[in-house]
Design a protein around this ligand. Structure first.
Ligand code: HEM
Length: 445
């Protein structure tokens, strides 16, 4: 049957903005309502842009896998180009494919495993600075840790001062870019408005910092075993290598794509554990039995099935990336409807991971649901914290190893007691941040 020219059902919007306001003010609730009310494929508008929300695993698979070559990243992802440049997250087509091929070997499991000792060492350093009874912001602590790990594994960077320079210049550039993103009146980025000029200056200083790291990496006689050295050494089949510009864009991309998402996996896991003491008890019992107080290594992973289930379930309830999108580059079909060139298809992990067809009592944090082979029984795109298809997260093995090592190392020493007045809520930006941080008291186990 030819696809219907009608639009899938969807919520009413205003004449000019469509449903943009609902998205800006309550995006998680908005997407959930749209899917629950209008079904597996729903339609709405942001201003003149036509959007679909696909919430059935088969439709998601069709967009991410089957029809992947007819889609590019959506307009939101493209807005990060000022800082991310043409790195893996934002690039497209043959250029993306070449970069992905060059970067892929650095993310092979055997390579990723070699970073475990660095992760363990930096976690030990963080723990050495903690005092029992201290009040900390859990998210701040784990962002700091995963940032240090990313800088060390990416650039071989271990110097506190270099780290601070990088993090501060990056924050400045990112804040300016996000302000531009949020603003309703967005003048073209080439216009010399005061804000555009500030952003340009911030990006230039950031580039200088990263170029310095790259130059230092290139100058080393023996290539280091950091990711950047591996990218420097990576060669295409025709013998060409990445230019400094490409290296910089990839390095920024890997840092930004990798550290906050992993920190969020850990932060939300601690919140859930603090709220579910029985799960925490069972988890600690597994660590006692398998690790007996020592730091974990990747060899322990096969013996830590409950730890894996806890992390899997935490990413189901609080997916660090809660929304991905694609834009059609030609007219297509999806779920019996016509997708016209330029339409955006959203897929939301927040919505899919709460689908009661696949996850009974979806709001409940229940790691046990994963311990009897659920992952194998589910349709592939019922659970997709790392996306899927050709553009699946390149760092998924890295992230899962990092989260597991840190959770078990920290959790054997400390537990986090959320303060009585702590208001823990989500703040969906590019990733699923905590709205007011996660204040908790450190208690020795
Ligand atoms: C728990 C942690 C992480 C989560 C939840 C996560 C999630 C995701 C998702 C959903 C995508 C696909 C986006 C899309 O389809 O539009 C993605 C892509 C990507 N991620 Fe991750 N990620 C994590 C950790 C990492 C790490 C540690 C790295 C690098 C060290 C990384 C690097 C990337 C890159 C480069 C891409 C783009 C891949 C491409 O398009 O070829 N991520 N990630």
């Amino acid at each position: 049957m030819p696809p219907s020219n009608a639009l899938p059902p969807g919520p009413k919007g205003t004449l000019i903005g469509g449903n943009l306001r609902q998205f800006m003010t309550r995006r998680l609730g908005f997407f959930l309502d749209v899917a629950r009310t209008h079904g597996d494929l729903a339609s709405f508008r942001f201003g003149p842009r036509r959007m679909f929300l696909a919430s059935h695993p088969d439709l998601i698979e069709q967009v991410l896998v089957t029809d992947a070559k007819h889609y590019i990243k959506h307009f939101g992802a493209r807005m990060y180009k000022p800082v991310l440049g043409n790195g893996l997250v934002t690039s497209e087509g043959d250029f993306w494919l070449r970069q992905r091929r060059l970067a892929q070997p650095a993310f092979l499991k055997s390579r990723v495993l070699s970073y475990a000792p660095v992760m363990g060492e930096l976690t030990r350093r963080m723990l050495a600075g903690w005092r029992p009874g201290e009040l900390v912001d859990v998210h701040f602590e784990f962002s700091g840790l995963t940032s240090a790990i990313a800088l060390k594994t990416l650039f071989g960077l271990d110097d506190q001062e270099d780290r601070e320079t990088f993090v501060n210049t990056l924050r400045q550039a990112f804040d300016l870019m996000s302000a531009r993103f949020r603003s309703l009146i967005r003048l073209p980025s080439w216009l010399p408005t005061p804000r555009n000029l500030r952003l340009k200056r911030a990006v230039a200083s950031l580039n200088r910092v990263v170029d310095g790291f790259i130059a230092a990496g290139r100058a080393r006689k023996e290539p280091g075993d950091d990711l950047l050295s591996r990218l420097v050494a990576a060669q295409d089949e025709d013998g060409t290598r990445m230019t400094d510009r490409q290296l910089r864009d990839e390095a920024m991309t890997l840092y930004l794509a990798g550290h906050e998402t992993t920190a969020l996996t850990l932060s939300w896991s601690w919140v859930l554990l603090a709220r579910h003491p029985r799960v925490e008890e069972k988890l600690v019992a597994e660590w006692r039995r398998v690790l007996g107080g020592r730091a974990p290594t990747p060899d322990d992973f096969p013996h830590l099935p409950y730890t894996e289930a806890v992390i899997t379930e935490a990413m189901r309830v609080y997916p660090p990336v809660y929304l991905i999108g694609r834009e059609a580059t030609t007219d297509l079909e999806l779920g019996g409807y016509r997708v016209k060139k330029g339409y955006t298809i959203f897929m939301s992990q927040w919505v899919s991971h709460r689908d009661p067809r696949y996850f009974p009592d979806p709001e409940e944090f229940r790691p046990e649901r994963w311990t009897d082979g659920l992952a194998k029984r589910l349709p592939k795109y019922a659970y997709y914290p790392f996306g899927g298809g050709p553009r699946v997260c390149i760092g998924n093995t890295f992230a899962l190893m990092e989260a597991t090592l840190i959770l078990a190392a920290v959790g054997q020493r400390y537990r986090f007691t959320l303060t009585d007045d702590a208001v823990i809520d989500v703040n969906p930006q590019i990733t699923l941040l905590p709205l007011y941080g996660i204040p908790a008291v450190l208690q020795l186990r």
